[in-house]
Ligand binder design. Structure first.
Ligand SMILES: Nc1ncnc2c1ncn2[C@@H]1O[C@H](COP(=O)(O)OP(=O)(O)OP(=O)(O)O)[C@@H](O)[C@H]1O
Ligand SMILES: [Mg+2]
Length: 378
């Protein structure tokens, strides 16, 4: 029997349209149905906060606090069954002490961006991601970096360190007569951090592509097509061909040589912050952005499933928690059926939302259904 990671209890307090919520669940898939604005996505967002960053909506924390909150603090707590037995995790934010949120594991204060990563991994798919392939490169880069983070929880700290160094360098360059020796120091650090970011991306992407290719044969007829992923970026390209120390040296020289152009542009023109992940439909060998809307949705769903399986292989065989917001709305009946079968086969506690329970009819005796209305769950 494959091990299963599951949230057995979820509690919310002053969280968006919930004053208080206590919900108990088993390891089976969870389906939340209800009218528009009932509070379905808010529940998924709460679970997504057990990852580094600001969760699946990337909202400022003050927006999460219920508008008519009785106390100036929102909180989310979960009980989790997983590799480390039963654990309780909690995260909260107070408007009187703004800044980062507080995290707790088993009643102890936990610090750092990857505090929950030994206990839980969460992957989401939201309607906002429908334009991922056709939209701006920044969205794909953030999507890629989130995938990397589920495999390497130290990745966000590298990215924020790089961004901080870059801001400092941009600021120095904007001064008419800048301190060249200080810019040198920043460029050396940017080169080391930038190459580390590129290396983590390449490693995660190769790992993911390996899983996709490994199951390509068996999924050949799948309604969720396989992807070929290409990382486009100067540093990543260099790193494919050269040892890391050489790349650091090269990138440092590029930064040095582009001081004038960066100064004129008011930003850094070369670096891992400009990279893009191009996705191809593997079988058709065309770029995903050229595929039909439905094909893009199927490709993205396939990519999320492959990502989940990749995480599973590095997480003691535990499937990550999946959050699939409005998943059924975009898929025909056959694809829905295939997706539900695959989720049950993988023993994934996936949390799905939809306005209409009939969309989930194929899951009827295999999932737990909750009716959400106006900040209450039955
Ligand atoms: N800070 C807040 N305080 C109170 N209510 C909020 C807050 N933030 C969001 N809401 C409300 O929560 C409600 C539910 O939002 P949610 O996105 O969860 O709905 P949903 O059930 O997913 O709906 P849909 O089917 O349209 O996607 C919305 O009406 C929204 O206005
Ligand atoms: Mg919603």
């Amino acid at each position: 029997m494959q091990p299963a990671l599951s949230i057995t209890r979820l509690s919310l307090s002053e969280f968006r349209n919930y004053r208080q919520l206590h919900l108990e669940a088993s390891a089976a898939p969870v389906v939340l149905t209800g009218a528009n604005g009932a509070g379905k996505t808010n529940i998924l967002e709460a679970i997504s906060l057990f990852t580094p960053g600001r969760g699946m909506r990337s909202s400022p924390y003050n927006e999460i606090l219920r508008e008519t909150a009785k106390v100036p603090q929102w909180a989310v707590a979960i009980s989790l069954d997983g590799a480390e037995g039963r654990q309780s995790l909690g995260t909260s934010w107070e408007s009187d002490a703004p800044g980062s949120r507080k995290s707790m594991t088993d009643g102890q204060v936990a610090k750092g961006s990857g505090v929950f990563s030994s206990a839980i991994r969460v992957i989401w798919l939201t309607p906002a991601m429908d334009r991922l392939f056709a939209g701006p490169a920044g969205d794909r880069r953030r999507f890629l970096d989130r995938m990397v983070t589920t495999m390497d929880s130290t990745h966000p700290s590298r990215i924020s360190a790089f961004e901080k160094l870059m801001r400092e360098r941009n600021k120095l360059l904007s001064e008419h007569e800048f301190d060249a020796s200080w810019v040198n120091v920043l460029e050396i650090q940017m080169a080391a951090t930038g190459v580390a970011i590129a290396a983590a991306r390449l490693e995660a992407l190769d790992n993911l592509q390996g899983h996709i290719n490994g199951s390509f044969g068996e999924n050949h007829c799948s309604l969720f097509p396989s992807s070929r992923l290409v990382l486009e970026g100067i540093i990543e390209g260099l790193l494919r061909e050269n040892p890391a120390v050489h790349c650091e040296d090269e990138y440092r020289k590029m930064l040095y040589d582009s001081r004038n152009s960066d100064q004129a542009a008011g930003r850094t023109l070369i670096g891992p912050h400009r990279s893009d992940m191009i996705v191809y439909h593997l079988e058709k060998d065309i770029q995903a952005r050229r595929c039909s809307t439905g094909e893009q949705k199927a490709l993205l769903t396939g990519l999320i499933l492959a990502h989940a399986k990749t995480v599973k292989s590095g997480f003691n065989g535990y499937m990550p928690i999946l959050l699939l917001d409005e998943i059924a709305a975009h898929l025909d009946e056959q694809r829905r059926g295939e997706l539900f079968d695959e989720l049950c086969r993988l023993r994934s506690q996936c949390w799905m939302t939809g306005t209409d329970r009939t969309q989930f009819a194929a899951l009827e005796d295999r999932a737990q259904f909750f009716q959400v209305s106006d900040g209450c769950v039955n």
